[in-house]
Design a protein around this ligand. Structure first.
Ligand code: C2E
Ligand code: CA
Ligand code: CA
Length: 765
């Protein structure tokens, strides 16, 4: 297809070349005329072909087609005379050129980067410049010929100026391309040849220059028409209408050169040629004045737009585009300036780090547009809450910083913190409806005695903000030195934890789960331990939350899953547990939110060859509350694998009954907080009774955790809870201690007294 049209282009060019040569060598003026008319007339069918092949748009096809017709008729009318001998021919040529000018203008406008930067002002300069030249060289001499026709001469002068303008437009377009399309190069060539033809024609007619110039001019026109036609057939013609994908502007320098030439050349022409009477003087002066005005306004405009661009750049570098608040750089500058001032003044500048709570939820559930709306509204509210002279900045995402350089005392600084928190008490009236947002605020003050840098102050407030988050969010925390130590410690733990997995420092301990009715060990819960190189054992309560925060929990959790399943397999093979014993593995919210989690589970099952029915995953309700849809989808996928899921720590959170109905759960684990009081505290006992009743009615398996005394075990059994786990039965032990642990439990189960004690029905109220 592309090759075909390429071929057509070149055949066409060859045809044009042949006709051009005929025009050059033919002695017959009639032949030359006929060739000229054919050359102009061929434009119409070519435009139609290009339009039908969807290479040019309808507007352009119409404009170019009409131009072709006008040129053809003008050639026909002017016949053996020059075009400027006939007002009608000149008028038609002018109309044709205006059509081309309109098309060029539309194309320039379609490329916004070209259009923006004063192209029309440049075009005006070029148009005026070429008018001056054509007045001096063409129009004015024509007016003085014996058979002079004033309208024809004026129309021709206008046509010439427009022709130069179109050439200018085409050059501007050409310069705007990084890879210049051949078709556009051809069009520029055609327009250039056309103008050269005009000049040659004018020279031969006006000044009666010989050398066969009268033949050259029509030949140049013929060549120009055919090159234009070939350009329309060239496959690259459609790139002219495709807006540049990665908009960047090239060729500005080229345009400056063209425009400057257009404003300088006329001046030279005016200076080099003598005045020819009154009319000439008036036209020259007015035209020169207009040109000067155009150049001046162009210069003023470009200075203005440069200044505006610089201003916009400066503002962009200093403010956050969404809220218009100053950014980190400006903030730090201001704080820096104040540190210098506050030495000799009795003030205690304070910096507040304001971080929205759970902003990600808003973004995820309501969409980013709403998220942006929230951020803008919060910015407005903060601005409304701070005293004059304070600065509100936005650092990134949902982090704002307020800096109050004139706080008089610690108490005054705290007041502002309270006011900032109060900003969030009223719901935000968004387009979607009201939304409640809270924030955690960290505050740090600067005293003249401490030598902190602005960065220190910001970091301290940030640290305090995390403290506020840990303390349950929606509150204020004031920075003190101890926080720094905590942060440093945490950082050290974080870093060490990153390597713990590779260095094989993680272990699994296991705690048996006892079936109280049969006295059998029905399964084990895998609990992670971190053995530091110095031998100390770190509790999961300390490192799991950190792993969860940093995301390390995902690889660590996958490891635990595979390790636990492998262990169950080995115990089964070694006869330590029955072939139906289960393993319970804890899963944190972050793992559950990982879309790959179900496949990680199924791969671990496959690798360990343990049937899915022997695996329990212990999850807490937080994920089901925070992201119910995602949690439901993941749990369903796990369920379809045949894996069972236990709701851990039941009773501590919302513990809503609806969770148990809505999600595919098969077990609840009664939190040890209630088990602890079950023997002595009537409230705990009735709560456990309710949980057991509820669980049974839903057909769920129930396990009590943290059983430490025989009394607790007894009461639990009486309340109908059939499975238990806790220090009474066994502490979590390393895998290699499990054989003796299970053996001991079996012995205990065989002691008739204990069995009788644990399972004796009692009436508990
Ligand atoms: P959890 O899932 O509720 O685990 C039960 C915790 O209670 C364990 O603490 C266990 O040692 C302890 N425990 C068992 N029986 C008794 C008892 O009779 N009395 C008392 N006071 N405590 C008892 P541990 O091993 O320190 O684990 C703490 C928490 O860390 C676990 O709570 C679990 O949420 C998390 N965790 C442990 N291992 C993993 C893991 O591999 N992955 C994830 N995501 N979390 C884990
Ligand atoms: Ca657990
Ligand atoms: Ca638990």
């Amino acid at each position: 297809m592309k090759r075909e049209s390429l071929l057509r282009t070149w055949v066409y060019t060859a045809l044009g070349a042949a006709l051009t040569i005929i025009c050059l060598v033919s002695r017959s003026a009639d032949v030359r005329d006929a060739v000229s008319v054919i050359a102009a007339a061929q434009l119409l069918p070519v435009v139609l072909i290009a339009y039908m092949a969807k290479r040019i748009r309808r507007t352009f096809a119409t404009l170019f087609g009409l131009a072709g017709v006008c040129f053809a008729v003008a050639e026909l009318i002017s016949g053996q005379k020059s075009m400027f001998d006939s007002a009608l021919a000149s008028g038609l040529a002018l109309a044709a050129m205006l059509g081309l000018a309109a098309g060029t203008l539309l194309m320039v406008r379609d490329r916004p980067l070209l259009g923006q930067r004063g192209v029309s002002a440049d075009a005006l300069i070029v148009g005026l410049g070429s008018w001056i030249i054509s007045w001096v060289a063409l129009v004015h001499p024509l007016l003085h010929r014996p058979r002079h026709q004033i309208p024809a001469a004026l129309l021709y002068g206008a046509y010439e100026s427009v022709a130069v303008l179109v050439l200018f437009g085409a050059i501007v377009l050409l310069l705007g391309f990084k890879r210049r399309p051949t078709s556009l190069l051809m069009i520029v060539g055609a327009l250039g040849l056309n103008i050269v033809g005009d000049i040659v024609g004018a020279l031969s007619t006006i000044h009666h220059v010989g050398f066969g110039l009268d033949r050259i001019s029509p030949a140049l026109y013929v060549a120009a028409y055919f090159i234009a036609g070939a350009a329309l057939l060239h496959p690259s013609i459609n790139t002219l209408w495709v807006a540049p994908r990665n908009a960047h502007e090239t060729g500005r320098l080229g345009r400056v050169v063209v425009t400057t030439t257009a404003s300088v050349l006329p001046v030279i022409v005016l200076a080099a040629t003598g005045l020819q009477g009154h009319a000439d003087q008036i036209v020259r002066s007015v035209s020169a004045l207009l040109l000067a005005l155009a150049v001046m306004s162009r210069v003023v405009n470009s200075i203005r737009s440069n200044t505006a661009a610089q201003e916009a750049l400066r503002r962009g570098a200093q403010t956050d585009p969404l809220t218009g608040l100053p950014n980190r750089t400006v903030l730090l500058d201001r704080v820096n300036a104040c540190i210098g001032e506050s030495w000799d003044r009795d003030v205690q500048p304070a910096l507040y780090f304001v971080d929205l709570d759970r902003f990600k939820n808003i973004n995820d559930s309501l969409g980013h547009a709403v998220g942006d709306e929230v951020l803008e509204m919060v910015a407005q509210r903060l601005l409304g809450a701070v005293p004059d002279g304070a600065i509100v900045a936005r650092l990134s995402g949902d982090e704002y910083v307020v800096f109050e350089p004139t706080a008089q005392s610690a108490a005054g600084a705290m007041d502002l913190a309270d006011r900032l928190l109060a900003v969030f008490r009223e719901p935000l009236a968004l387009s979607q409806g009201d939304v409640f947002v809270t924030a955690s605020i960290g505050m740090a003050t600067m005293s003249s005695s401490s030598s902190s840098t602005p960065e220190d102050l910001l970091r301290h407030a940030d640290t305090a903000m995390y403290r506020a988050k840990d303390a349950g969010r929606n509150c204020i925390a004031l920075y003190d030195e101890s926080m720094h130590e905590r942060v440093a410690h945490r950082l050290a733990v974080e870093t060490a934890l990153y390597r713990a997995l590779d260095r094989h420092e993680l272990r699994l301990f296991h705690q048996p789960i006892l079936d109280m009715e049969t006295g059998d060990v029905e399964g084990f819960e895998a609990l992670m331990r971190w053995q530091r190189p110095d031998g100390t054992i770190v509790s999961p309560a300390e490192f799991i939350p950190i792993a969860e925060d940093t995301g390390m929990i995902v690889p660590i959790g996958s490891w635990a899953l595979l390790e636990a399943l492998g262990q169950l397999h080995r115990w089964t093979v070694d006869g330590i547990c029955s072939a139906s014993a289960t393993i319970s593995v804890n899963v944190s919210p972050r793992q559950l939110a990982d879309p790959h989690f179900p496949s990680i589970v199924s791969e671990a099952l496959a690798r360990s060859t343990v049937p899915a029915g022997r695996l329990w995953l212990e999850v807490t309700e937080s994920m089901m509350i925070a992201e119910p849809e995602l949690a439901l989808a993941t749990l369903r996928r796990l369920h379809s694998l045949g894996v069972r899921v236990a709701l851990d720590d039941f009773g501590t959170g919302y513990s809503s009954l609806s969770l148990l109905q809505k999600f595919p759960l098969q077990r609840i684990k009664i939190d040890r907080a209630f088990v602890h009081g079950v023997a002595d505290n009537p409230n705990d006992r009735s709560l456990v009774r309710t949980i057991v009743a509820m669980g049974r009615s839903l057909g769920l398996d129930i396990v009590a955790e943290g059983v430490e005394t025989v009394q607790q075990l007894q009461v639990l059994s009486d309340l109908g809870c059939k499975k238990a786990q806790g220090f009474l039965i066994s502490h979590p032990v390393p895998a290699d201690a499990m054989r003796s642990t299970v053996a001991a439990l079996e012995r205990l189960g065989n002691v008739p007294g204990l069995r009788a004690l644990t399972l004796r029905p009692t009436s508990v109220g």
